[in-house]
Design a protein around this ligand. Structure first.
Ligand code: PLP
Length: 389
């Protein structure tokens, strides 16, 4: 069946160039990168190249990149590193709209006695910087605020946030998993101490990611073991994936302009045409600065899961809330934090595109979606004119 993929914030296809780069490291070059012999050393040198490419994609130095297994591990490592290496400070400041990889960890730490401040956002998903300022104290061990929201695509003003946090000498981590590869991210321009990236969001395979740790930042490993990653993350490297990740970062950099122009144009077309063709739709975070590839649209008085199932019959892949929260019928914590009305939060669908998205696919979605919404509204007990339940 034909697949129309509009769920790139959940994951992306592995780019063919990335696959090609990786394959020899599953086959003929299987040496351990830490081995003394030339055979293993060859893999080690390829990992070194990959580290340089990942670093270059965010303006970092290679030694500031630690390879991890996923964005979740990078986020966990950053937050735990800050609290372990600053034991006299306890407070964690974050937001109500973080990915579960930060949110659930912080909730767990709160249960273990760490005071956590979850900053609110407004109706457009924006953060109030004065509220952030007021939340910081002598006791703050780390501020962890995402760069780009995976559900709404809303971007936080990371440069200004970093300035505020760093002016108070506090450690600042940003979850940039949805930002890297979609918008320019440059750690020489933004004063972050730690930054998370994940491979599978930018056409590398699943199961490989990185944590940028600025030189001089106090650090403590999450995985204690061998000397890999200069003792900062034990475990034999996922060599092929790391090599692919390097290639993917290089390619992502080369496609950033296309993201800002062609892909953004497709997203804008999808969004505006949906609003034209389907009444009572709301773009969640539509008034904020957003990622170029993402739109989250609330279709009032219908159930998001029903929309997804009907889209699925045409091979259209989208998401209701984040991939990690689907499976639950509760509106996502992000939409709830934004105060999206219940009637529209329940019927919110996220479409997220990538550089493989085509205009023809957008037209296909635009053809199939309006009749689906009309059909669901005809049977919705909440839709205007329908009999009360
Ligand atoms: N942070 C954000 C903003 C995400 O969107 C995701 C994945 O959806 C993650 C972290 C987790 O990344 P991973 O799937 O690599 O663990």
């Amino acid at each position: 069946m034909r697949i129309v993929y509009a769920d790139s914030n959940a994951t992306t296809r592995v780019a063919p160039e990335v696959m090609e780069e990786m394959l020899p490291y599953y086959g003929e070059f299987y040496g351990n990168p830490s081995s003394m012999h030339f055979f293993g050393g060859h893999v080690g040198r390829k990992i070194k190249d990959a580290r340089e490419k990942v670093a270059a994609s965010i303006g970092a130095r290679p030694e500031e990149i630690i390879f991890t297994s996923c964005g979740t591990e990078s986020n966990n490592t950053a937050i735990r590193a800050a609290i372990v290496s600053n034991p006299d400070k306890k407070q964690i400041v974050t937001t109500r709209v973080e990915h579960p990889a930060v949110k659930n960890l912080c909730e767990d730490l709160a249960k273990r006695g760490y005071p956590v401040t979850f900053l609110p956002v407004d109706r457009q998903g924006r953060l109030d910087l004065d509220t952030l300022d007021a939340s910081l104290s002598e006791n703050t061990a780390i501020v962890s605020i995402m760069w780009a929201n995976n559900e709404s695509g809303v971007l936080f003003p990371i440069e200004q946030i970093a300035q505020k946090v760093k002016s108070k000498g506090i450690v600042f981590h940003t979850d940039a998993v949805q930002a890297v590869g979609k918008i320019p991210v440059d750690v020489t321009a933004v004063d972050v101490d730690m930054l998370s990236i994940s491979g599978h969001k930018l056409h590398a395979p699943k199961g490989v990611a990185a944590l940028y740790v600025k030189r001089g930042t106090k650090y403590s490993p999450l995985l204690i073991g061998g000397h890999q990653e200069s003792g900062r993350r034990g475990g034999t490297e996922n060599a092929a994936s790391i090599i692919g990740f390097g290639k993917a970062c290089e390619l992502a950099g080369a496609h950033l302009d296309e993201m800002a122009t062609r892909v953004c144009g497709l997203r804008d077309k999808l969004e505006s045409e949906i609003q034209c063709r389907i009444p009572d739709t709301i773009v969640n975070g539509g008034g904020a600065i957003r990622l170029p590839n993402t739109t989250s649209i609330g279709f009032q008085y219908v159930e998001g899961e029903s929309i997804l199932l009907m889209l699925d019959q045409f091979g259209i892949c989208a998401s209701s809330g984040s991939a990690c929260t689907s499976g639950s019928l509760e509106p996502s914590h992000v939409l709830r934090a934004m105060g999206v009305p219940f009637t529209s939060a329940h019927g919110s669908i996220r479409f997220s595109l990538d550089r493989y998205s085509t205009e023809e696919e957008i037209d296909f979605i635009l053809e199939k979606l309006p009749p689906i919404i009309s059909r669901l509204r005809r049977i919705s007990p909440f839709w205007k004119g329908n009999p009360e339940p």
